[in-house]
Design a protein around this ligand. Structure first.
Ligand SMILES: CCCC(=O)SCCNC(=O)CCNC(=O)[C@H](O)C(C)(C)COP(=O)(O)OP(=O)(O)OC[C@H]1O[C@@H](n2cnc3c(N)ncnc32)[C@H](O)[C@@H]1OP(=O)(O)O
Length: 325
Protein backbone atom coordinates (compact mmCIF):
# COMPACT_ATOMS: atom_id res chain seq x y z
CA UNK A 1 0.00 0.00 0.00
CA UNK A 2 2.83 2.33 0.99
CA UNK A 3 4.54 1.48 -2.30
CA UNK A 4 1.43 2.35 -4.32
CA UNK A 5 0.96 5.65 -2.46
CA UNK A 6 4.55 6.71 -2.92
CA UNK A 7 4.62 5.60 -6.54
CA UNK A 8 1.47 7.51 -7.43
CA UNK A 9 2.94 10.63 -5.85
CA UNK A 10 6.07 10.19 -7.97
CA UNK A 11 4.08 9.85 -11.17
CA UNK A 12 1.71 12.73 -10.51
CA UNK A 13 4.74 14.91 -9.74
CA UNK A 14 6.38 13.76 -12.94
CA UNK A 15 3.27 14.65 -14.91
CA UNK A 16 3.01 18.06 -13.25
CA UNK A 17 6.59 18.81 -14.13
CA UNK A 18 6.03 17.74 -17.72
CA UNK A 19 2.63 19.40 -18.42
CA UNK A 20 2.19 17.35 -21.59
CA UNK A 21 0.43 19.58 -24.09
CA UNK A 22 1.69 23.00 -23.05
CA UNK A 23 4.69 23.08 -25.35
CA UNK A 24 2.69 22.18 -28.43
CA UNK A 25 0.23 25.04 -28.31
CA UNK A 26 1.61 27.92 -26.32
CA UNK A 27 2.17 30.85 -28.66
CA UNK A 28 5.88 30.64 -27.95
CA UNK A 29 5.84 26.91 -28.70
CA UNK A 30 4.53 27.36 -32.23
CA UNK A 31 7.99 27.42 -33.77
CA UNK A 32 11.57 28.35 -32.95
CA UNK A 33 13.37 31.44 -34.05
CA UNK A 34 14.48 29.80 -37.30
CA UNK A 35 11.14 28.35 -38.36
CA UNK A 36 9.26 29.49 -41.42
CA UNK A 37 6.17 28.32 -43.23
CA UNK A 38 4.34 28.77 -46.49
CA UNK A 39 1.17 30.82 -46.98
CA UNK A 40 -1.44 28.53 -48.61
CA UNK A 41 -2.86 31.19 -50.95
CA UNK A 42 0.30 32.80 -52.23
CA UNK A 43 2.97 30.22 -51.43
CA UNK A 44 5.05 33.03 -49.91
CA UNK A 45 7.18 32.34 -46.89
CA UNK A 46 5.64 33.39 -43.58
CA UNK A 47 8.38 34.72 -41.34
CA UNK A 48 8.83 33.04 -37.97
CA UNK A 49 7.63 36.17 -36.14
CA UNK A 50 4.14 35.74 -37.64
CA UNK A 51 4.01 32.05 -36.78
CA UNK A 52 4.52 33.00 -33.16
CA UNK A 53 1.39 35.13 -33.24
CA UNK A 54 -0.91 32.19 -34.13
CA UNK A 55 -3.66 31.85 -31.52
CA UNK A 56 -3.97 28.80 -29.32
CA UNK A 57 -6.64 26.65 -31.02
CA UNK A 58 -9.89 25.86 -29.25
CA UNK A 59 -9.66 22.07 -29.23
CA UNK A 60 -13.20 21.67 -27.91
CA UNK A 61 -14.72 23.41 -30.93
CA UNK A 62 -12.47 21.46 -33.33
CA UNK A 63 -13.47 18.22 -31.62
CA UNK A 64 -17.16 18.86 -32.27
CA UNK A 65 -16.47 19.55 -35.93
CA UNK A 66 -14.27 16.47 -36.42
CA UNK A 67 -16.78 14.18 -34.69
CA UNK A 68 -19.22 14.86 -37.55
CA UNK A 69 -16.96 13.00 -40.03
CA UNK A 70 -18.03 9.47 -39.17
CA UNK A 71 -16.52 6.05 -39.87
CA UNK A 72 -14.21 3.67 -38.06
CA UNK A 73 -13.18 3.75 -34.42
CA UNK A 74 -10.15 3.56 -32.15
CA UNK A 75 -10.25 0.85 -29.48
CA UNK A 76 -8.25 0.54 -26.27
CA UNK A 77 -7.58 -2.52 -24.10
CA UNK A 78 -5.64 -2.02 -20.88
CA UNK A 79 -4.20 -5.09 -19.16
CA UNK A 80 -3.38 -4.44 -15.51
CA UNK A 81 -1.55 -7.78 -15.19
CA UNK A 82 1.01 -7.21 -17.96
CA UNK A 83 0.87 -3.40 -17.71
CA UNK A 84 0.58 -3.30 -21.51
CA UNK A 85 -2.23 -1.49 -23.33
CA UNK A 86 -3.20 -2.08 -26.96
CA UNK A 87 -4.52 0.84 -29.02
CA UNK A 88 -6.17 -0.38 -32.24
CA UNK A 89 -7.05 1.78 -35.24
CA UNK A 90 -10.14 0.21 -36.64
CA UNK A 91 -11.26 1.13 -40.14
CA UNK A 92 -10.07 -1.97 -41.99
CA UNK A 93 -12.13 -1.55 -45.17
CA UNK A 94 -10.09 1.61 -45.76
CA UNK A 95 -6.81 0.25 -44.40
CA UNK A 96 -7.38 2.01 -41.06
CA UNK A 97 -7.08 5.47 -42.61
CA UNK A 98 -8.39 8.04 -40.15
CA UNK A 99 -11.73 9.83 -40.18
CA UNK A 100 -12.55 12.82 -37.98
CA UNK A 101 -14.41 10.54 -35.59
CA UNK A 102 -11.34 8.31 -35.23
CA UNK A 103 -9.25 11.39 -34.34
CA UNK A 104 -11.72 12.21 -31.56
CA UNK A 105 -11.72 8.57 -30.40
CA UNK A 106 -7.95 8.54 -30.30
CA UNK A 107 -7.83 11.75 -28.24
CA UNK A 108 -10.25 10.18 -25.73
CA UNK A 109 -8.20 6.98 -25.50
CA UNK A 110 -5.03 8.97 -24.89
CA UNK A 111 -6.85 10.80 -22.06
CA UNK A 112 -7.75 7.41 -20.55
CA UNK A 113 -4.13 6.33 -20.79
CA UNK A 114 -3.03 9.52 -19.01
CA UNK A 115 -5.14 8.35 -16.06
CA UNK A 116 -3.96 4.71 -16.14
CA UNK A 117 -1.54 4.37 -13.24
CA UNK A 118 -0.95 0.61 -13.55
CA UNK A 119 0.47 0.88 -17.07
CA UNK A 120 4.02 0.37 -18.23
CA UNK A 121 3.75 0.21 -22.02
CA UNK A 122 1.50 0.76 -25.03
CA UNK A 123 1.35 -0.89 -28.45
CA UNK A 124 -0.36 1.00 -31.27
CA UNK A 125 -1.53 -1.18 -34.16
CA UNK A 126 -4.14 -1.35 -36.90
CA UNK A 127 -6.91 -3.89 -37.38
CA UNK A 128 -6.44 -6.61 -40.02
CA UNK A 129 -2.81 -6.27 -40.93
CA UNK A 130 -2.23 -2.61 -41.89
CA UNK A 131 -1.26 0.11 -39.43
CA UNK A 132 -2.83 3.07 -41.27
CA UNK A 133 -2.78 4.70 -44.72
CA UNK A 134 -3.12 8.27 -43.41
CA UNK A 135 -6.21 10.44 -43.68
CA UNK A 136 -9.35 8.66 -44.89
CA UNK A 137 -9.62 10.19 -48.35
CA UNK A 138 -13.43 10.40 -48.09
CA UNK A 139 -12.97 12.51 -44.95
CA UNK A 140 -10.07 14.45 -46.52
CA UNK A 141 -12.20 15.48 -49.53
CA UNK A 142 -14.94 16.84 -47.25
CA UNK A 143 -12.57 18.59 -44.85
CA UNK A 144 -10.36 20.49 -47.29
CA UNK A 145 -11.30 23.78 -45.56
CA UNK A 146 -10.30 22.43 -42.16
CA UNK A 147 -6.62 21.47 -42.43
CA UNK A 148 -5.04 23.67 -39.81
CA UNK A 149 -7.69 22.86 -37.22
CA UNK A 150 -7.39 19.10 -37.85
CA UNK A 151 -3.60 19.38 -37.59
CA UNK A 152 -3.89 21.27 -34.29
CA UNK A 153 -6.14 18.57 -32.86
CA UNK A 154 -3.84 15.75 -33.99
CA UNK A 155 -0.76 17.62 -32.72
CA UNK A 156 -2.32 17.83 -29.28
CA UNK A 157 -3.32 14.14 -29.20
CA UNK A 158 -0.03 12.84 -30.57
CA UNK A 159 2.07 15.06 -28.31
CA UNK A 160 0.13 13.73 -25.34
CA UNK A 161 0.62 10.18 -26.65
CA UNK A 162 4.38 10.66 -27.08
CA UNK A 163 4.66 12.13 -23.59
CA UNK A 164 2.72 9.41 -21.75
CA UNK A 165 4.67 7.80 -18.90
CA UNK A 166 4.32 4.56 -20.89
CA UNK A 167 6.91 3.08 -23.25
CA UNK A 168 5.11 3.21 -26.57
CA UNK A 169 5.64 1.03 -29.62
CA UNK A 170 4.02 1.33 -33.04
CA UNK A 171 3.49 -1.98 -34.77
CA UNK A 172 4.23 -1.09 -38.39
CA UNK A 173 2.22 -3.60 -40.40
CA UNK A 174 1.10 -3.84 -44.02
CA UNK A 175 0.72 -0.37 -45.52
CA UNK A 176 1.91 2.38 -43.17
CA UNK A 177 1.70 5.44 -45.36
CA UNK A 178 1.33 9.23 -45.14
CA UNK A 179 -0.39 10.10 -41.87
CA UNK A 180 0.04 6.43 -40.85
CA UNK A 181 3.82 6.84 -40.96
CA UNK A 182 3.34 10.07 -38.99
CA UNK A 183 1.40 8.21 -36.28
CA UNK A 184 4.26 5.74 -35.92
CA UNK A 185 6.63 8.60 -35.05
CA UNK A 186 4.41 9.50 -32.08
CA UNK A 187 5.62 6.33 -30.35
CA UNK A 188 8.99 5.79 -28.68
CA UNK A 189 9.77 2.69 -30.77
CA UNK A 190 8.70 1.11 -34.04
CA UNK A 191 8.55 -2.65 -34.56
CA UNK A 192 8.02 -3.60 -38.21
CA UNK A 193 6.46 -6.66 -39.74
CA UNK A 194 8.72 -8.34 -42.33
CA UNK A 195 6.05 -7.77 -45.01
CA UNK A 196 5.28 -4.12 -44.18
CA UNK A 197 6.04 -0.92 -46.09
CA UNK A 198 6.44 2.54 -44.58
CA UNK A 199 6.57 5.88 -46.36
CA UNK A 200 5.90 9.57 -45.85
CA UNK A 201 4.05 10.01 -49.16
CA UNK A 202 2.35 13.31 -48.26
CA UNK A 203 4.48 15.35 -50.69
CA UNK A 204 3.16 13.21 -53.55
CA UNK A 205 -0.36 14.18 -52.46
CA UNK A 206 0.56 17.88 -52.56
CA UNK A 207 0.89 18.12 -48.79
CA UNK A 208 3.45 18.64 -46.12
CA UNK A 209 3.24 16.56 -42.94
CA UNK A 210 -0.17 16.96 -41.31
CA UNK A 211 0.23 15.38 -37.91
CA UNK A 212 3.57 16.67 -36.62
CA UNK A 213 6.00 14.16 -38.15
CA UNK A 214 8.46 16.75 -39.53
CA UNK A 215 9.12 17.89 -35.98
CA UNK A 216 9.30 14.38 -34.54
CA UNK A 217 11.27 12.85 -37.41
CA UNK A 218 13.91 15.58 -37.28
CA UNK A 219 14.39 14.88 -33.58
CA UNK A 220 14.45 11.17 -34.23
CA UNK A 221 16.77 10.96 -37.24
CA UNK A 222 18.31 14.40 -37.67
CA UNK A 223 17.83 17.00 -40.37
CA UNK A 224 19.39 15.17 -43.35
CA UNK A 225 17.45 11.92 -43.04
CA UNK A 226 14.21 13.75 -42.23
CA UNK A 227 14.49 15.86 -45.40
CA UNK A 228 15.35 12.77 -47.40
CA UNK A 229 12.36 10.72 -46.21
CA UNK A 230 9.87 13.60 -46.40
CA UNK A 231 10.95 15.04 -49.75
CA UNK A 232 11.58 11.79 -51.62
CA UNK A 233 8.29 10.12 -50.51
CA UNK A 234 10.24 6.86 -50.74
CA UNK A 235 8.52 3.77 -49.41
CA UNK A 236 10.85 1.68 -47.29
CA UNK A 237 10.91 -2.08 -46.86
CA UNK A 238 12.00 -3.42 -43.44
CA UNK A 239 15.76 -3.74 -44.15
CA UNK A 240 15.99 -0.15 -45.37
CA UNK A 241 13.79 1.17 -42.55
CA UNK A 242 16.04 -0.56 -40.02
CA UNK A 243 19.20 0.75 -41.72
CA UNK A 244 17.83 4.32 -41.68
CA UNK A 245 17.06 4.04 -37.97
CA UNK A 246 13.35 4.61 -38.61
CA UNK A 247 12.40 1.28 -37.04
CA UNK A 248 14.00 -0.52 -34.12
CA UNK A 249 13.20 -4.17 -34.74
CA UNK A 250 11.92 -6.27 -37.62
CA UNK A 251 9.75 -9.24 -36.75
CA UNK A 252 10.91 -12.63 -38.02
CA UNK A 253 9.45 -13.81 -41.36
CA UNK A 254 7.96 -16.86 -39.71
CA UNK A 255 5.73 -15.06 -37.25
CA UNK A 256 2.14 -16.19 -36.85
CA UNK A 257 1.10 -13.62 -34.24
CA UNK A 258 2.78 -10.26 -34.77
CA UNK A 259 1.08 -8.60 -31.80
CA UNK A 260 2.22 -11.39 -29.44
CA UNK A 261 5.76 -11.21 -30.85
CA UNK A 262 5.83 -7.41 -30.34
CA UNK A 263 4.54 -7.82 -26.80
CA UNK A 264 7.33 -10.33 -26.10
CA UNK A 265 9.93 -7.98 -27.56
CA UNK A 266 8.65 -5.24 -25.23
CA UNK A 267 8.55 -7.47 -22.17
CA UNK A 268 12.03 -8.90 -22.90
CA UNK A 269 13.74 -5.61 -23.59
CA UNK A 270 12.00 -2.71 -21.91
CA UNK A 271 9.47 -3.85 -19.35
CA UNK A 272 11.43 -6.13 -17.06
CA UNK A 273 11.55 -3.86 -14.04
CA UNK A 274 9.27 -2.09 -11.57
CA UNK A 275 6.29 -0.34 -13.17
CA UNK A 276 6.56 2.95 -11.31
CA UNK A 277 10.30 3.33 -11.73
CA UNK A 278 9.88 2.58 -15.46
CA UNK A 279 7.20 5.30 -15.65
CA UNK A 280 9.43 7.80 -13.86
CA UNK A 281 12.37 7.05 -16.15
CA UNK A 282 10.18 7.48 -19.25
CA UNK A 283 8.89 10.78 -17.81
CA UNK A 284 12.44 11.98 -17.24
CA UNK A 285 13.39 11.33 -20.84
CA UNK A 286 10.30 13.27 -21.97
CA UNK A 287 11.24 16.08 -19.62
CA UNK A 288 14.80 16.19 -20.95
CA UNK A 289 13.56 16.33 -24.53
CA UNK A 290 10.86 18.93 -23.91
CA UNK A 291 13.00 21.22 -21.89
CA UNK A 292 15.01 23.78 -23.80
CA UNK A 293 17.09 24.36 -20.71
CA UNK A 294 19.70 21.82 -19.67
CA UNK A 295 19.56 22.98 -16.05
CA UNK A 296 15.76 22.76 -15.95
CA UNK A 297 15.98 19.14 -17.19
CA UNK A 298 18.55 18.29 -14.53
CA UNK A 299 16.37 19.98 -11.93
CA UNK A 300 13.41 17.77 -12.86
CA UNK A 301 15.69 14.72 -12.90
CA UNK A 302 17.01 15.50 -9.42
CA UNK A 303 13.53 16.03 -7.96
CA UNK A 304 12.17 12.78 -9.35
CA UNK A 305 15.30 10.83 -8.45
CA UNK A 306 14.83 12.08 -4.88
CA UNK A 307 11.44 10.36 -4.88
CA UNK A 308 12.84 6.96 -5.90
CA UNK A 309 15.92 7.09 -3.64
CA UNK A 310 15.21 5.34 -0.36
CA UNK A 311 11.82 4.18 -1.67
CA UNK A 312 10.43 0.69 -1.10
CA UNK A 313 11.64 -0.72 -4.42
CA UNK A 314 15.23 0.38 -3.85
CA UNK A 315 15.15 -0.95 -0.28
CA UNK A 316 13.83 -4.30 -1.50
CA UNK A 317 16.58 -4.57 -4.10
CA UNK A 318 19.28 -3.61 -1.59
CA UNK A 319 18.00 -6.28 0.79
CA UNK A 320 18.04 -8.83 -2.03
CA UNK A 321 21.79 -8.24 -2.61
CA UNK A 322 21.32 -8.24 -6.40
CA UNK A 323 24.34 -9.14 -8.59
CA UNK A 324 24.19 -7.80 -12.18
CA UNK A 325 25.72 -10.77 -13.94
C1 LIG B 1 -4.23 13.77 -43.60
C2 LIG B 1 -2.88 13.15 -43.61
C3 LIG B 1 -2.18 13.22 -44.95
C4 LIG B 1 -2.12 11.90 -45.61
O1 LIG B 1 -2.25 10.90 -44.98
S1 LIG B 1 -1.78 11.86 -47.30
C5 LIG B 1 -1.83 10.12 -47.68
C6 LIG B 1 -3.24 9.58 -47.84
N1 LIG B 1 -3.19 8.21 -48.19
C7 LIG B 1 -3.20 7.76 -49.46
O2 LIG B 1 -3.14 8.54 -50.40
C8 LIG B 1 -3.28 6.26 -49.68
C9 LIG B 1 -4.06 5.97 -50.95
N2 LIG B 1 -4.14 4.53 -51.15
C10 LIG B 1 -3.22 3.80 -51.77
O3 LIG B 1 -2.19 4.27 -52.20
C11 LIG B 1 -3.51 2.33 -51.92
O4 LIG B 1 -4.85 2.10 -51.54
C12 LIG B 1 -2.56 1.43 -51.07
C13 LIG B 1 -2.52 1.88 -49.63
C14 LIG B 1 -1.15 1.48 -51.68
C15 LIG B 1 -3.09 -0.02 -51.12
O5 LIG B 1 -3.21 -0.47 -52.43
P1 LIG B 1 -3.88 -1.90 -52.75
O6 LIG B 1 -3.20 -2.96 -51.97
O7 LIG B 1 -3.92 -2.01 -54.23
O8 LIG B 1 -5.36 -1.81 -52.16
P2 LIG B 1 -6.56 -0.84 -52.60
O9 LIG B 1 -6.04 0.41 -53.21
O10 LIG B 1 -7.53 -1.62 -53.38
O11 LIG B 1 -7.14 -0.46 -51.17
C16 LIG B 1 -8.06 -1.26 -50.46
C17 LIG B 1 -9.21 -0.37 -50.06
O12 LIG B 1 -8.72 0.55 -49.07
C18 LIG B 1 -9.07 1.87 -49.46
N3 LIG B 1 -8.10 2.83 -48.93
C19 LIG B 1 -6.77 2.64 -48.72
N4 LIG B 1 -6.26 3.77 -48.21
C20 LIG B 1 -7.27 4.65 -48.09
C21 LIG B 1 -7.35 5.97 -47.60
N5 LIG B 1 -6.26 6.63 -47.14
N6 LIG B 1 -8.55 6.57 -47.58
C22 LIG B 1 -9.64 5.93 -48.02
N7 LIG B 1 -9.62 4.68 -48.52
C23 LIG B 1 -8.44 4.05 -48.52
C24 LIG B 1 -9.04 1.80 -51.00
O13 LIG B 1 -9.74 2.85 -51.56
C25 LIG B 1 -9.72 0.45 -51.23
O14 LIG B 1 -11.10 0.58 -51.02
P3 LIG B 1 -12.14 0.03 -52.14
O15 LIG B 1 -11.86 -1.44 -52.24
O16 LIG B 1 -11.81 0.74 -53.39
O17 LIG B 1 -13.49 0.35 -51.58
Amino acid sequence: MALIRKSNTICSRALKILQPSSSAFSPSGAGNAQSQSVDKQTCNWIPAKRLHSFKRPNLHVIRNQLARFEGGSVELEMNNDTGIAILTLNNPRRMNSMTGKMMVDMADKVSELEEWHEGKALIMRGADGNLCTGGDLTFVRKALHYGEEMAAYQHDTLTRLLNLPLISVALVQGHTLGGGAELSTACDFRVMSSSAKIGFVQIKMGLSTAWGAATRLTRLLGRRKAIDLLCSAKILLPDAALREGLVDYVLPKICTDELAETTNWLLRNLCAYDTNITRVVKSLVVSAELSMDHYQALDAERKLFGQTWGGPVQRKMLDANVKHK
